[in-house]
Design a protein around this ligand. Sequence first.
Ligand SMILES: NC(=O)c1ccc[n+]([C@@H]2O[C@H](COP(=O)([O-])OP(=O)(O)OC[C@H]3O[C@@H](n4cnc5c(N)ncnc54)[C@H](O)[C@@H]3O)[C@@H](O)[C@H]2O)c1
Ligand SMILES: [Zn+2]
Ligand SMILES: [Zn+2]
Length: 372
Amino acid sequence: MKTRGAVVHKAPGTYEVVELDLDGPRQGEIMVKMAASGLCHSDDHVATGDIPAGVYPFCGGHEGAGVVEEVGPHTPGFKEGDHVVFSFLPGCGRCRWCASGMQNLCDLGSGLLVGSRWDDPTDFRMTLEGQPVGQMCGISTFAEHTTVSVASAVKIPADIPLDRACLVGCGVGTGWGSAVNSAGVRPGDTVIVMGVGGIGINAVQGAAHAGASYVIAVDPVAFKREKAEELGATHSFASMEEAAALAKDLTNGQGADSAIVTVGVTRPEHVGQAFSAIRKAGTVVVTGLGNIMEVGLPISLGELTLFQKRVQGSLFGASNPSTDILKMLRLYTEGRLKLDELVTRTYTLDEVAQGYEDMHAGKNIRGVIVYD
Ligand SMILES: NC(=O)c1ccc[n+]([C@@H]2O[C@H](COP(=O)([O-])OP(=O)(O)OC[C@H]3O[C@@H](n4cnc5c(N)ncnc54)[C@H](O)[C@@H]3O)[C@@H](O)[C@H]2O)c1
Ligand SMILES: [Zn+2]
Ligand SMILES: [Zn+2]
């Protein structure tokens, strides 16, 4: 069938809406009419080339929710009309990682930027004038319709608004899990969150939720600092110097228990700043992404060893999407996790490029595309 989707033709480039050909669902696949998609910074990394895609054109978007329109043959578990949230990380349920409670590290994830079907790198679900179009994370939520593997979809209750539910497919799970799972925030902790966008705001929520006494948010943009304080930060600063100084004051000179790096374009020096701000045996969580070819961190080897500090990467907040997406939504319906407050502005599909301009201008916590 034909569908409209936002693609980048090359990197660096910008998202542009084109008419695509979309395969119907094969066995193990569903075709979904999109309802909403968040504008996560990671799709912008694909457009800038900081994270290169396997093939261009590449159709963006990986934080989406919609309604199942067609189910592939012999594909149990889904039916027409089901509401689904996509997980940006697929879960096969069988590999070593899925089987040991690390579904976010599922081996299928190796195909995230290839853009093809998981089992064949030459077989694409989308094409443009006969040429293959890669699907971001195998899902491409910047399209009116998309066909995905069932490994990427989680069925959700039909009474949850899809324009809120979409956020748990990346930003919420990633940020919340970075604090709760990866930093292992404990009651009474002092936590620094560096960078308050769609990811960092949820790290703030997660740290507050886990019982931190002090959640110190850092962002150069005043509006972001205000939002952080609305959603659980006890303090906010424009620079890490100020945040690190307060963390030391609050802890008898020891430093923060953890510092979570969620800067939009994360550079090694950001990790270095976070590393200097934590206490002995504290944890730096690195969730933000930058140029993925970069190697080397400016951290003190002495502090690493002698202060027993820990640098912990975090993918989708170290969560298990099949269970944690539903858990996040339950917390939302209980009023214990805020989603409505995260959406600063909504856009049409044709306004994707504008959404990313606004993100760079610091105007949005999260911009969300809402489909008709
Ligand atoms: N690890 C994962 O699983 C995962 C998942 C999704 C996104 N990400 C990455 O997380 C990062 C954040 O994504 P987002 O959608 O929240 O981006 P965003 O652009 O919405 O937010 C980033 C924030 O960082 C702030 N910032 C910039 N420089 C800063 C500095 N020096 N100190 C403090 N704050 C600074 C910006 O003002 C902005 O508010 C991106 O790199 C994205 O690719 C990682
Ligand atoms: Zn994302
Ligand atoms: Zn797996």
